[in-house]
Design a protein around this ligand. Structure first.
Ligand code: NAG
Ligand code: NAG
Ligand code: NAG
Ligand code: NAG
Ligand code: NAG
Ligand code: NAG
Ligand code: NAG
Length: 501
């Protein structure tokens, strides 16, 4: 790496880390990942196969994924052992079953993934199965998805007790939160070199093995409709996993009854991502005309892997400085202010959102009684793991999405429209590259006579929806709207529209 690159790298990183170290490490993680990837782009990022899966949009798994299936393993007993009697500090009247535990995905190396599974209250047998994946790469679906976005509980400011989330996604589906890949949260490998070879392909392979083995433990879900959802870097994980599943079902008969995928504020294409990010900041009055003109003039966003020269990167750095006092993951949200004495508070009030919410979650998940209740290893839990060199992350997921749509899989993307990191502008650029014709034109959708967002459907069932007033982590900011969108996706119908009176 030359000195220019190294210098650029530092300049680019420091402001971002300083701003988001406290409140949004999941998101800061993605920014860091993208900039480090770009700084490597001159040397290592030219992947011949745009999907990163060397030879196709999906992964061929040659070894048997079954790891719990050795003779004599008692799946009923494993399931019973995973049942959570109650989480410490949970409110009264919890009317659904919870499970937590490990599924081995590589018996030889000793690699196991931790999951938290919440069934639906009422009649879980009538509801589908949904796997939720957070991004990073390297951030926890338990710490973010489950505890701060769409799970049944939120951790209170006392670090000890939980409050029910009325718009939890397990109202309409049985939801698995998977800490993925190994190394994240409670998930681990006994072979530490596994962390050095971690990347998109191994993540897809392990997640596939997880699902196959998990279903042996929960056989009543084997034939159930399966959906996969996620956000942010899961714009890689979800389509890659879906493609892996479809390819295997084709080879061996249906093992996993995959019915659709749903990804919010996804990372889909590095160059389109970068372009849309600065464009969004400019359009929303955050960066200056001058800096946007420099970016537009010097960066070539039609080249996926090396879209800029030094002038481009300098302009990007300026944009970064101009936006550094904002939470770029929701440019209208309050931020978390830390006092010199260590106490912290929200810079202003946004109902239902706590920019300092990471600290209580972190404290709660590190309580030994909580770790025991989840059936996790007693360990220092942290919300994100830094993979120094996350392997085979393709520059674009557009070919994989095309492949999935071409094979008839319902693919839905959504955008919280206040996020500037993986913003609606970037997602639209990637969708344009899909080159699909429109079947249901752009229209609003409503919740209680209010516009919840906009939606458009394309040939092949591909659907794009916005969620108005939401940042990067959509269910955190707009829980009711996110749940309506999920319900529509699960039913395979567009979200409702009622004209305001
Ligand atoms: C990549 O290489 C080009 C040409 O050698 C150089 O101008 C550019 O600054 C390099 N970019 C980075 C990020 O190092
Ligand atoms: C990892 O090693 C520990 C200690 O030897 C063992 O108890 C555990 O089962 C191993 N994990 C896996 C997934 O093999
Ligand atoms: C909760 O935990 C954080 C550290 O994660 C600590 O700073 C804070 O004081 C704790 N709050 C209470 C009420 O104990
Ligand atoms: C299934 O196999 C057929 C025949 O080999 C092939 O044409 C088709 O593309 C495959 N579909 C998937 C989803 O892999
Ligand atoms: C931008 O990159 C593309 C793909 O590498 C190339 O074809 C095109 O000529 C470039 N445009 C400019 C203005 O450099
Ligand atoms: C920290 O300082 C702020 C004022 O800057 C004060 O309001 C708060 O009470 C202090 N907290 C502690 C724990 O001393
Ligand atoms: C887009 O689709 C149209 C027709 O559906 C086709 O003629 C055109 O070649 C496609 N463009 C690209 C870039 O794939």
């Amino acid at each position: 790496m030359g000195t220019i690159t190294a210098g650029f790298h530092l300049l680019f990183l420091i402001p971002t880390i300083a701003l988001h170290a406290h409140a949004s490490s999941q998101e800061a993680h993605l920014t860091k990942f993208l900039s480090s990837k770009r700084s490597k782009s001159n040397i290592s990022n030219k992947i011949g196969d745009p999907t990163g899966f060397h030879g196709g949009p999906f992964l061929r798994i040659t070894s048997s994924p079954r790891t719990d299936g050795y003779p004599g393993s008692n799946h009923i007993a494993l399931k019973a052992a995973d049942k959570i009697s109650a989480l410490p500090g949970q409110p009264e009247g919890v009317d659904f079953d919870q499970y937590g535990g490990y599924v081995t995905v590589d018996g030889h190396n000793g690699r196991a993934l931790f999951y938290y599974f919440v069934e639906s209250p009422g009649n879980p047998a009538a509801k589908p199965l949904l796997l939720w994946l957070n991004g990073g790469p390297g951030c926890s679906s338990l710490g973010f998805g489950a505890m701060r976005e769409l799970g049944p509980f939120r951790v209170n400011r006392d670090n000890q007790t939980l409050t029910r989330n009325n718009h939890a996604w397990n109202n309409v589906a049985n939801v698995i939160f998977l800490e993925s890949p190994a190394g994240v949260g409670f998930s681990y490998s006994n072979t530490s070199s596994d962390y050095d070879r971690m990347g998109d392909p191994l993540t897809a392979q392990d997640t596939y093995a997880f699902l196959v083995n998990w279903l042996d433990r929960f056989p009543e879900y084997k034939a159930r409709a399966l959906y996969i959802a996620g956000e942010s870097y899961a714009g890689h994980y979800v389509p890659q996993l879906a493609a892996t599943i479809l390819a295997h079902n084709n080879d061996t008969g249906v093992i996993l009854n995959l019915k659709g995928i749903l990804v919010g504020n996804p990372l889909l294409d590095d160059a389109k991502e970068e372009r849309g990010h600065h464009e969004y900041l400019w359009n929303h009055g955050v960066i200056s005309d001058e800096v946007w003109a420099e970016i537009a003039g010097h960066c070539n966003f039609s080249d996926d892997s090396a879209y800029g020269d030094d002038r481009c990167y300098k302009a990007i750095t300026k944009s970064q400085y101009e936006s550094e006092d904002l939470d770029i993951y929701n440019i209208y949200a309050p931020t978390c202010i830390t006092d010199n004495n260590g106490s912290y508070y929200s810079s202003s009030q946004l109902p239902g959102y706590d920019p300092c919410g990471e600290a209580p979650t972190m404290a709660y998940l590190n309580l030994p009684a909580v770790q025991r209740a989840f059936h996790a290893r007693e360990t220092k839990w942290s919300d994100c793991k830094i993979f120094v060199d996350f392997k085979d992350s393709p520059d674009t997921m557009v070919p994989t999405l095309k492949w999935l749509i071409g094979h008839g899989l319902p693919v839905w993307l959504f955008s919280g429209d206040l996020d500037s990191r993986c913003p609606i502008t970037s997602t639209r650029h990637a969708i344009r590259d899909l080159n699909l014709s429109v079947t249901e034109p752009w229209r609003p959708w409503t919740v209680s006579h209010e516009v919840g967002g906009y939606v458009q459907q394309y040939k092949g069932g591909f659907t794009f929806a916005t969620v108005r007033g939401a940042g990067h982590t959509v269910p955190t900011f707009q829980p009711e709207r996110a749940l309506i969108l999920l319900q529509s996706f699960l039913k395979g119908i567009l979200p409702p529209y009622e004209k305001a009176k």
